[in-house]
Every structure is written in structure tokens, then in C-alpha cells.
Design a protein. Sequence first.
Length: 255
Amino acid sequence: MLAPATTIKQSPIVSMRLREAAVALIVVYIVCLRLQVAADAPLWLDETWSAMIATQPGWAAFWHEAWLDCNPPLYYILLRGWVNIAGDSNLMLRLPSIAFVLAAAALPLIWRPQALSSRAALVWAGLIMLWPPGLELMLDARGYSLMLLLSTASTLVLCKMMQGVGIKLSAAWVALGTAMFLTHYFAAALVLAQTLVLVRRYGLGLLKLWPAALLALPGLAWFAYHLPRLEVYARPDVAWQQTTSFEKALDHAQY
């Protein structure tokens, strides 16, 4: 009678191990496919721009090209360090993006807030891995995969801050927000939304954590330095995209 009881007790564990093995095989299969495509597919226009900036012959030329671009420099800095080690083949240019997406998917599993169930964390990781934009980001030598990783980390920190706020978590959140802003300026919208959540939760109590805000200074300093170039991109005779104005913004809001 003991043998069947032992089998019944072990079956949930065996079933869980089988599910974990199946998930691992799916992840390995996806990564192998992404690596093959990353090596074989030609770079598209924006990826060649990333490669051009990252492979400048010296740091002075690198910073000049980074300033001329309309994006912040953090991704280009990391890509430049990587290609100096691994080379600038199509695969090597895209390999950091694959790593960033995989890390973003792993974060909810290895650094799960208490309020997030294991099943919810697994769903979160699966959505990052399997949704079409996530698969596309793996093959794009651009900063969006890094932005995905940083924003996932920032959201997890925010979840932990909702349980209790302190200087360490606050510093981590501000540092991640600064890194996001130095990856893509659109991150300002996410940082603003998260700030409003924290203000709603803690109100003026956040003021005692003001030293953490000092970590935002590098992002603000770069933005001030880069702003004259961004103003050029906003001119109708320079911009390739449709420009906007305050009046047009009001029209959109009214619509």
C-alpha cells in the first residue's frame, strides 16, 4: 500500500518538472531560431545606423555621432563596448537584443514581488517571450530590447515599493528610470505614470527620500546637452516624420 501512496505524492512534483522541462525546451527552440535568423537576415536601415555609431574609430567620433542622432546614447554605449569585444557581424550586433529580451522574461520569475503569484509571474514571462513584438525585438539591433528589460525591472521595483518604500528601493527605481530615459526619451511617459502611482500611494512622504532623486541628474544633464539637436529634428525642413504643434496637440485632445 505504501508504493501507490508514494506515487501519488510524487506525481505533482513529476508533473511540475515535466512542465518546466517543456517550457525550457520551448525557450531553447525559440532562441535557436532567433540566432539563426539573426545571423542570416540582412540589417535593416535603422540597424545599420546603430552599427555606424557603435563602430566609430574613436570615442570623439562616437560621441559626435551619438549627439547627432535623435535618441539617447546608453544603448549605443553598450553596443560599442560589445562590438569591440565580439565584432560587428549581423549576429553579434543582434545578440545583445536577444540577451536583453531573455533577461526581461526571466526577471519576473527570479525577482518576483510578494504580491505577484508564481502563475502570474510565469504568464508575464511567457508574454514577453512569445508575443510577436518581443520576438521581433530579439532581431533588432536597436535600443528597444534594452528598454524592455529596464522597464520590466522598473515595474517590478514599483511593485515592491507599493509594499513598502525605502531609500534603497527608491534609489533603484530612480536609477532605472534614468537608464530608461537614457535609452529612449519616450520612457519619460512611463516614469511619469509610475511617479503618479507613488504620489497617490505615499503623498508627501516621498519627500524624505529626496537623496534618491539625485540619481536622475545624469539623464537630465544629457537631455540639456542634447536638446539643441532635438530642436533641429522638430523643424519641418529637417524632420522626416509629420511634425506637431501645440494647436495640433489640442486638436488631438479634443478629438
